[in-house]
Write a protein that binds this ligand. Structure first.
Ligand code: GDP
Ligand code: IMO
Ligand code: MG
Length: 427
């Protein structure tokens, strides 16, 4: 029983934090493999609510070692304040491990994120403004700063110089901003070195050794399949690979080690930021989903765009991730609707299309074709088994399962750890 991947099957915010936390008590390691503090993962334990951005949700399970893998981008100031915030609430964070190969989100990456979005105007991506895209761009351009660079001042200075050379030209000449001084950046980054030192290690070696020793490793994705840089709704995506393959590159673990890939799937759909969203609602139903589902961003506080469930997207997630299971979340939010529409296919230029079109232009004007399922009005938040659900809720879950191409192995009926119906065990 070695490695499991848990990832978002839609546009993020599916409830990955809750699902990871639920498994946290039964696994040895929880590893973030991509993204950074653009993520906002909510975990509710008893009457305590935690919003995690950079830390793996396993940090809240005492027996579990949380790991920030090489594929993650790390803003040291955010990380340190997240750690001290948890320490103040009595959470032990001493087991955390950070890859020396993870890239650092520098202050200039954050600046570039904000100015480029402003420059794009109406065409903006609607990023979280956390410097994610520019940091991954520096990584690919080979001018990135890695965590290990904090421990060699001369190398760090050279690298910051190389990174700022071109950027300062852009900032001053194109964006009309002040140049950023190398010394200031180096000084700030060096200030984090000692505080981070206890956590920094060769996480690739460690995770592979753990797998050899039959330890259970859970990879926790940030964002979601449709925000993937390769497989998402490009360019309205994030700059990393939340899809299953990202776990291999982002943690240094071979695909042969992964035995299970769990897609977290909301019983309806949400999206934050710009980009196409076929089932988006602009009416009272959309407003009601937002209100009842508490659909407000954990990271930026933006209202999430809301719409009905889209089975085309779910099938696509099954395919590109090789999903073995779904964890269906927030079924309780749909209680009270008399009839619930579900998108089963799209109409594009008068034709019925069953699978996600590869053409961006087609996807931008895809119209949802709905099938309407009967709703339920009974409170389902106390349901402990599938048979506790009202017949129509059972039928809704079964219909989604059939359309989506992988078994629904767990159902969320509330934000708390125990508000979950487990159908097939994940471990
Ligand atoms: P993540 O980014 O995928 O971890 O998801 P977020 O934390 O951004 O958003 C999911 C929200 O839904 C959080 O507020 C969770 O506490 C909440 N949540 C998760 N699962 C359920 C569920 O089954 N029912 C309800 N009502 N809320 C849930
Ligand atoms: P979790 O892990 C939802 C979205 C942003 C924007 C796009 C690019 O909580 O599911 P970025 O700052 O990453 O360059 O922004 O991606 N986005 C998310 N949407 N949940 C997230 O994370 C997101 N992380 C980024 O809104 O549209
Ligand atoms: Mg979130």
């Amino acid at each position: 029983m070695p490695a499991l991947v848990l990832l978002g099957a839609q546009w993020g915010d599916e409830g990955k934090g809750k699902a990871t936390d639920l498994l946290g008590g039964s696994v040895d390691y929880v590893v973030r493999y991509q993204g950074g503090n653009n993520a906002g993962h909510t975990v509710v334990v008893g009457d305590q609510k935690y919003a995690l951005h950079l830390l793996p949700s396993g940090i809240l399970s005492p027996g579990c070692t949380p790991v920030i893998g090489n594929g993650v981008v790390v803003d040291p100031s955010v990380l340190l304040s997240e750690l001290s915030g948890l320490n103040e609430r009595g959470v032990d964070t001493s087991k955390l491990l950070i890859s020396g190969n993870a890239h650092i989100i520098t202050p200039y990456n954050v600046t570039v994120d904000k100015v480029t979005e402003r420059f794009l105007g109406k065409r903006k991506i609607g990023t979280t403004g956390r410097g994610i895209g520019p940091t991954y761009a520096d990584k690919i351009n080979r001018v990135g700063i890695r965590v290990q660079d904090l421990y060699d001042e001369s190398i760090l200075t050279q690298k910051v110089e190389a990174a700022l050379d071109g950027k300062n030209q852009l900032l001053t000449k194109l964006y009309n901003r002040r140049a950023i001084a190398v010394d200031q950046v180096v000084e700030e980054l060096l200030g984090y070195a000692e505080k981070l030192a206890p956590y920094v290690t060769d996480t690739v070696l460690l995770l592979n050794q753990a797998l050899e020793a039959d330890k259970v490793v859970l990879f926790e994705g940030g964002q979601g399949t449709l925000l993937d840089i390769d497989h998402g709704t490009y360019p309205f995506v994030t700059s990393s690979n939340p899809t299953a393959g990202g776990a291999c590159t982002g943690a240094g673990v071979g695909p042969t080690k992964i035995s299970r890939v769990i897609g977290i799937l909301k019983a309806y759909t949400t999206r934050v930021g710009s980009g196409p969203f076929p089932t988006e609602l602009f009416d009272e139903d959309g407003e009601a989903l937002r209100r009842i589902g508490g659909e407000r961003g954990v990271t930026t506080g933006r209202d999430r765009r809301c719409g009905w469930f889209d089975a085309v997207i779910a099938r696509y997630a099954t395919r590109v991730n090789g999903l073995t299971d779904f964890f269906l979340t927030k079924l309780d939010v749909l209680t009270g609707w008399e009839r619930i529409p579900v998108c089963v296919a799209y109409e594009i230029d008068g034709k019925r299309v069953e699978e996600l079109p590869y053409s961006q232009s087609d996807f931008h004007h895809a119209k949802p074709i709905y099938e309407t399922l009967p709703g339920w009005s009974e409170d389902i938040t106390k349901a402990k088994s599938f048979s506790d659900l009202p017949k129509n809720a059972q039928a809704y879950v079964k219909a989604l399962e059939e359309m989506s191409g992988a078994p629904i192995s767990a159902i969320g009926v509330g934000p708390g750890r125990d508000e979950t119906i487990e159908i097939n065990s994940f471990l």
